[in-house]
Design a binder for this molecule. Structure first.
Ligand code: 5GP
Ligand code: ZN
Length: 110
């Protein structure tokens, strides 16, 4: 999508600190971290939200799951615990309309 922020990040038009990348997905640091570790995992393909995931997208979701497992290990929060948040739609307060999984950790979460 032309003016989607996360598509611009995928095209490297907006710089981010990438911590994991494959052909299909990207995980990068959130610009306004809410916890010591705050990462965003996204498919490179523009999918608006969880309710827009189609059967053919499921391999991408699997890749995101594998990527999350890798980064929580790298950031040493795998065994301590962490939280995955997926804000969806207006009342879910989804600001960026490109599917993303918040990975939050590095402290005792409320
Ligand atoms: P949402 O509210 O849509 O679930 O989450 C969007 C997230 O994207 C927010 O946590 C926000 O801080 C993050 N974000 C917005 N713009 C940028 C940016 O330009 N770079 C990075 N790295 N994160 C961003
Ligand atoms: Zn997009």
């Amino acid at each position: 999508m032309e003016d989607c922020l996360f598509c611009k990040i995928v095209r490297k038009e907006v710089p981010v600190e990438i911590v994991y990348e494959t052909e299909n997905i990207m995980i990068f640091k959130d610009i306004h971290p809410k916890t010591p570790v705050h990462l965003l995992a996204i498919p490179k393909k523009h999918i608006q939200s969880v309710i827009h995931v189609e059967d053919k997208d499921l391999p991408l979701i699997l890749d995101i799951w594998k990527g999350i497992n890798k980064v929580v290990e790298n950031f040493q929060i795998k065994d301590k615990g962490f939280r995955i948040v997926v804000n969806t739609g207006k009342e879910g307060k989804q600001a960026v309309l490109h599917l993303h999984f918040h990975i939050l950790g590095g402290q005792q979460l409320p």
